[in-house]
Design a binder for this molecule. Structure first.
Ligand code: ADP
Ligand code: ZN
Ligand code: ZN
Length: 755
């Protein structure tokens, strides 16, 4: 047979390279390679330019557009078989198309750093772990009483069954485990986990287990109330199919208990659970509650772990050794050997949207993943996002409502405190101070919230009006009095505080506005004998400091808790009875349409810290807009009604979720290039579509940041498919737009803020 051009007897491999490149690249497979070794998803190392790069096999083919003589050969095949399932690979393809982000980068995001760099799958986890053999499981450890150490070790493994136990875990338990473990290995009561043990994992072990071994001994399921019971049953009856549930439960309504009981059922089926939370550090109690309830192996994944720890966590889920993963946004792509359920707690939280690079929404991708894996997804929140409520209104999600606090706790009462024309001491009104005094006199805790750290946001000259500005950003320098610094919160630039006005040399320099430091000083002066804890990014820089503050508060060794939005995130402070929002007005007048929703969520979440146990709680919000519609709807009618009104406003204004947005941002170190670039893009995009509005280019709300000038182009369409079609063409051609090499651009599909 004649050889056609472009055809070769050698297999062609199309790979996605982990780099910002939108196309696939062709390589020759090594000679005589079995096609199975190059299954989609397998990592390979390829020569690229003068260097080597890690790439992912997308497909193999007999053909290439390129002359095979010009193709290079793959250097190394890194995996025996793909580490991701075919369905998860489909998910990555979908995400790459939907967010218009290079496939190789999307693949990279799914892998932990160690594997991304091309390291071999090190079954270090498994090799350094031990588990009971069947004999070990059934042997009465009393028979070893002549070797007490061995008896102890065997008893420990039996108490932890079906978990395998890793060497570091053993060391934590007791430093001197080696000799005993060696002896038990020799007696075949324990075995070492090796590469061949992969399937011998949690999933298989539990299929023969009763309930009792999933639940930790001594831990008590709570008796669910009617609403919790209904929610739990609704999910349990759909465990074998894809369905999205919106668990809309007010703060303290017992959402976590609902998760725990549903998870128990999933574990009984021998399946794994992925639980995503906004920030693990801020919710140490959640981890604690999971650990108390379940005796199965659980693993964490978040950015405070070392690369090794993260890789191990990933592999433990991938191999079915761990049953539960509790992680942040980036844990979303963790492969599961036996996927059973995905939960997103605090689903409204903006941190589920990645704000740089691969700008995906963990919530939206989780739902797509649930659909591909055919498993249920639970979105939980006291303040669901307008998008999710809209989907529930449209019957796309099933809504499960918990409208009452669990146990004996009742919802706090909320009061607006009008501070117009009132005398203020560092932002605190007399009425407020006397409320604080009353609460403290009852030995109850007070929590004050202000979403601004530092001493004051502005330093102004009383003589001439000069204001300390950042030289790199369109922003004021924030006064950090305790450190005697001025600091820009946008680029991090610091300078020593000035004592003379640089402009007029004589005017008095005054701090303007409020920050947590300033409130702290005022409160310490007002209540010198009370213990105050301030929680913000400045006081919690050191590793472990946040945890120790939380512990201090929960042991009752704090009277006044003051902080920023760190306080808003799902934390359970049992003795707080008075919650104060010092400035409820910030955010009422933002130009970003998301701001009202965010503010309402913040108010409800902060308020939710009050009166979570026996003692009833009270919330006071200081405002200069006591008649403000949004605030009043929220207080009088609750978040749900507020949200329905906000949705009606969005519909009226044709804003998401009633239309679809994408934001193209461009920046450079001069203002002209990004503007010219975006104007060209706008003109080009206009020729692709008549169904998409193109708004801009306009300056970003903060035009200059960290020395870069920032502009944006907003695309808005009534149909997602119209917008997507236009974006496809746009991204395919954007590299030929004038000035593209001189600026940096990024595309944000479904942006959660317009900054
Ligand atoms: P949420 O996650 O909705 O804010 P939590 O799950 O933290 O609420 O529950 C708040 C408190 O109520 C916790 O102390 C929890 O132990 C308790 N709780 C939850 N469900 C019940 C129940 N059915 N009976 C008694 N107490 C409950
Ligand atoms: Zn001056
Ligand atoms: Zn700056």
């Amino acid at each position: 047979m004649a050889k056609l051009s472009g055809e070769t007897t050698r297999l062609i491999v199309k790979v996605a390279i982990a780099a910002p490149l939108y196309r696939l690249f062709d390589y020759l497979a090594p000679a005589d390679i079995d096609i199975q070794s190059l299954a989609p998803g397998v990592r390979v190392e390829v020569p690229f330019g003068k260097s080597k790069k890690i790439a992912y096999v997308i497909e193999t083919s007999a053909h290439s557009q390129i002359d095979p003589d010009k193709l290079k050969q793959i250097d190394r095949i890194l995996d025996d078989k793909p580490l991701l399932s075919a369905k998860d690979i489909r998910l990555l393809h979908w995400a790459s198309r939907y967010y218009h982000y290079p496939l190789g980068e999307v693949f990279s995001a799914a892998f932990p750093a160690i594997l991304r760099k091309g390291n071999p799958v090190n079954l270090g986890v498994a090799r350094q772990s031990y588990r009971l053999t069947e004999t070990g499981l059934t042997t009465n450890n009393e028979t070893l009483k002549r070797s007490p150490k061995q008896q102890q070790v065997l008893a420990y493994f039996q108490s932890r069954f079906p978990n395998s136990i890793s060497e570091p875990e053993l060391t934590l338990w007791d430093k001197n485990w080696r000799t005993a473990v060696k002896a038990l290995l020799a007696k075949a009561l324990l075995k070492q986990m090796g590469p061949d043990d992969q399937p011998n994992s949690y999933a298989i072990a539990t299929s023969t287990l009763a309930n009792a071994e999933i639940i930790r001994e001594g831990s008590q399921k709570l008796q669910l109330n009617t609403q919790q019971q209904a929610a739990t049953e609704a999910v349990i009856s759909s465990l074998d199919k894809f369905k999205v549930f919106l668990l809309a439960g007010i703060t303290g309504s017992g959402k976590t208990e609902v998760y725990l009981q549903i998870i128990t059922k999933v574990l009984e089926r021998g399946q794994q659970v992925l639980v995503l939370v906004p920030e693990i550090n801020l919710t140490p109690q959640l981890e604690e509650r999971f650990r108390q309830r379940f005796s199965v192996s659980m693993t964490l994944s978040h950015s405070n772990l070392t690369d090794n720890q993260r890789c191990n966590a990933w592999l433990n889920m991938q191999q079915g050794i761990s049953a539960i993963m509790l992680g942040t946004r980036s844990a979303l792509f963790t492969p599961m050997k036996k996927p059973g359920l995905i939960i997103l707690d605090e689903e409204h939280d903006a941190s589920f949207k990645q704000q740089e690079g691969f700008r995906f929404s963990a919530r939206d991708v989780a739902i797509m993943r649930g659909s591909l894996l055919n498993i249920p997804v639970i979105l939980g929140s006291a303040t669901p996002s307008l998008e999710s409520l809209h989907n529930a209104n449209q019957q796309r999600y099933q809504q499960l409502i918990l409208s009452e606090r669990a146990g004996n706790a009742v919802e706090p009462t909320v009061h607006l405190l009008d501070i117009r024309n009132k005398k203020l001491h560092a932002g605190l009104s007399d009425a407020l101070i006397s409320e604080i005094r009353k609460t403290l006199a009852n030995n109850e805790q007070v929590l004050l919230f202000l979403n601004r750290r530092g001493f004051a946001p502005t330093l102004i000259c009383h003589g001439c009006g000069w204001v300390a500005r950042c030289q790199y950003c369109d922003a004021n320098m924030v006064i950090h009095q305790h450190e005697k610094l001025l600091r820009c919160h946008h680029c991090g630039k610091e300078q020593r505080s000035v004592s003379n006005c640089p402009a007029c040399k004589v005017g008095e320099l005054l701090p303007l506005g409020l920050g947590t430091e300033r409130i702290e000083d005022a409160l310490r002066e007002l209540f010198p004998d009370k213990i105050l804890v301030r929680l913000d990014r400045d006081t919690t820089r050191l590793k472990g400091s946040l945890e120790s503050y939380f512990a201090q508060i929960n042991q009752g060794k704090a009277d006044i808790i003051l902080g920023t939005q760190m306080l808003a995130k799902g934390h359970h402070f049992p003795s707080v009875t008075l919650v104060i929002l010092i400035d409820a007005d910030s955010g009422l007048f933002s130009i970003d349409y998301h701001a009202t929703e965010r503010l309402a969520q913040l108010i409800v979440q902060v308020s939710g810290r009050a009166g979570r146990e026996e003692k009833p709680g009270k919330v006071i919000m200081q405002t200069r807009h006591p008649e403000h519609n949004m605030l009043n709807t929220l207080i009088r009618e609750g978040y749900r009604n507020f949200a329905q009104i906000a949705l009606a406003e969005r519909k009226e204004a044709h804003l998401p979720p009633f239309s679809y947005h994408a934001l193209l941002r461009a920046q450079a170190d001069s203002p002209n290039l990004p503007q010219a670039f975006l104007a060209n893009v706008a003109a080009m995009a206009g020729t692709y579509t008549s169904n998409t509005h193109i708004l801009g280019p306009v300056a970003a709300p903060m035009e200059k940041r960290a020395g870069l000038y920032r502009y944006q182009l907003l695309f808005q369409s009534n149909k997602r498919s119209d917008l997507q079609k236009m974006l496809c063409e746009l991204v395919a051609n954007i590299e030929s737009v004038p000035y593209v090499k001189k600026i940096r651009w990024s595309l944000d599909v479904d942006p959660v803020d317009l900054f």
